[in-house]
Design a protein around this ligand. Sequence first.
Ligand code: UDP
Ligand code: MG
Length: 308
Amino acid sequence: MDQKQAETISVIVPCYNEEQVLPLLYQELKRVFASLPAVKGEFLFIDDGSRDHTLALLRSLHARDRRCRYLSFSRNFGKEAAMYAGLEHATGEYCVIMDADLQHPPALLPEMYRVVKCEGYDCCAGVRQDRAGEGRLRRLLTGGYYRVLGKLCRMDVQPGAGDFRLMRRTVAQALLACPERDRYLKGLFQFVGFETKYIPFTGGARAAGQSKWGIPDLWRYALDAIFSCSTAPVGLIGTVGTVLTVLGGLGVLWQLLLDGDSLAPLLVWIGGIQLLALGLLGQYLVRDYRESRGRPHYILKAWDKDMQ
Ligand code: UDP
Ligand code: MG
């Protein structure tokens, strides 16, 4: 096929201190794209303020193979920022986000591409089957956390499905149309909609280097996720306030009728009113928060202009 007409898959790889693993990843990407002759590859590495030789390595990859492009941040901005930058600068008709450490196997790309290209899906997400190389505590926390997140955010969270997804440009465009600073891509995938097929994969342990996420980072990430896709905690304050106000008020009436001298119902009532007031204020904050995120009112998947 004429390479000019060939479709391009942009592989977006956030990299933070990945000098040990990048050569392996590049070899693997080269091998996989050699088996996809009808498709062009664009390997877009985002150096997220690495302190090792990641940037030097990316420069040499670019010099050697023009399919390799790179962006380098002035400091460590985090994986979410790196993924955003990658989506913004990718030029392919398809984008796929993957980790640098080969835990997201490039060998899955042909199947993901086939699913999106031939089965009519907009997005194909890898669902990790094993959590090898991760401690028991981390696996336990991850499992519980996704259950809570699903409930709080009323999201259909697919356990094991992360950022490893191949998507059409329309989906990437929709993600970029959500301009919020505190980003949580897994939640945004839910927000933007589109048809997603989930396919299983085994990730195994990191090919080389070390995980960048300790328990404190994961905790921060978990809170980011909840606050960026749920306002349920504010609603909870209002609900608790209402219940305490009603119960406390009834208690105060009861005391008056019985000529009682217990102060407890009065304290509950006052506490309840204060929580209720906070809950009410919170509702304005929630609305302001949604407004300031500036998300689109709707996202189109198709319109009749496509037919002309
Ligand atoms: N990463 C990043 N910025 C960070 C932390 C991580 O770009 O601040 C990248 C990292 O280089 C890797 C991916 O995000 O490509 C996943 O990181 P890691 O493998 O350390 O996470 P884990 O697999 O342990 O969850
Ligand atoms: Mg990893």
